[in-house]
Design a protein. Structure first.
Length: 332
């Protein structure tokens, strides 16, 4: 089996965020097994929704269903059954029970689905690494499953010596593992593993991402990142157009106070993009695609009439309910 390393190699992680062509075949992968890099969910979602100049409807389906497996299962339903199931789901989206779903209700549903997708992905990875099937992952289990062997003797590490990428990955994974082990029992249950596999979602693990990034990229140790430090080695060999795009992103997306450099708060917003923006864009897209009377709201019938759009969206969590019909009925 191809071993996937849950690395926190910050330089490559940042490179992944810089390069908007990273969309991969694994929709919610947090690590590129070829380049050993971490992929942020929120950023990855923005990229894969529209990549190569095309809209990808499978993103819409998962956003609505909150489960890749469920989205696939829904695709196999007869159209009439799919419409009926989607109508039940639309009723759940309508929090104020006025018969219509506004943008904010849709955004909140999508955000919920994103969290469920992350949990689904994390649980799958937890199961893969839990080699003795006891419901927990020890550090030794993780190392054996994802590295094979420890890449170096930690007791002989010289902090002044430059570490190889494998050594950095190993040390950074170990630090994240320890931070995620909330009960300090030396192992991670499925809930603890979520912060290890998705560190950008939790304050206590995102702080590690920030510190590692500053250690790696803040070359003059002034506590800020200049544009040159932000690019680092990623800018080498890139053309002028690429640099202009990154400069625009640096100036207008990340440099909130417009002082020409990124402070730690701004760096953190770069490293951990908020799902809110992705959810709002997805909600706007779904409304634009299904709002037949152009009133800015979606009725239950409009959603049912456009069921092919909605059940191709990972934002709505419909597939999760297909797999657990009792839970679905309870939550209605």
């Amino acid at each position: 089996m191809l071993k996937t390393k849950f690395c926190v190699l910050i330089a490559l992680y940042c490179s992944c965020i810089l390069d908007v062509t990273i969309a991969s075949n694994d929709d919610h992968s947090h690590h590129n097994s070829d380049s050993k890099e971490r992929v942020n969910d929120a950023f990855h979602r923005q990229v894969r929704h529209y990549s190569g100049g095309e809209h990808h409807s499978e993103y819409d389906h998962e956003a609505i269903l909150g489960s890749r497996d469920a989205a696939e299962e829904f695709d196999r339903l007869p159209p009439e059954q799919a419409k009926k199931q989607l109508q039940l789901l639309a009723i759940k989206m309508d929090k104020n029970k006025d018969g219509e779903i506004d943008k904010e209700e849709l955004v909140q549903w999508i955000l919920r689905s994103f969290k469920m997708l992350n949990k689904e992905d994390s649980d799958e990875r937890h199961e893969e690494s839990d080699t003795n099937d006891d419901g927990f992952i020890t550090w030794d289990e993780y190392v054996d499953e994802n590295y094979g062997i420890s890449p170096f003797d930690e007791s002989k590490t010289d902090p002044e010596q430059d570490l190889t990428q494998d050594k950095k990955m190993f040390l950074e994974d170990k630090e994240l593992f320890a931070a995620s082990d909330l009960d300090r029992d030396g192992r991670l249950n499925a809930n603890e593993f979520l912060s290890f596999s998705h560190p950008e979602e939790f304050r206590y693990t995102s702080k590690i991402l920030l510190r590692r990034t500053m250690e790696d990229k803040d070359l003059d140790r002034d506590g800020f990142l200049s544009f040159e430090e932000y690019l680092g080695d990623d800018g080498k060999g890139k053309d002028k157009e690429w640099h202009l795009v990154e400069k625009d992103r640096f100036d207008y997306d990340y440099d909130a106070d417009r002082d020409g450099r990124l402070n730690e708060t701004e760096v953190l917003s770069w490293l951990t993009p908020d799902d809110q923006e992705s959810a709002e864009r997805e909600a706007e897209h779904l409304i634009d695609s299904s709002d037949d009377n152009l009133d800015g709201l979606l009725t239950i019938q409009e959603i049912a009439d456009h069921h092919e759009t909605f059940v191709g969206s990972e934002a709505t969590d419909f597939g999760q309910h297909l797999q657990n019909p009792y839970k679905f009925k309870e939550e209605l």
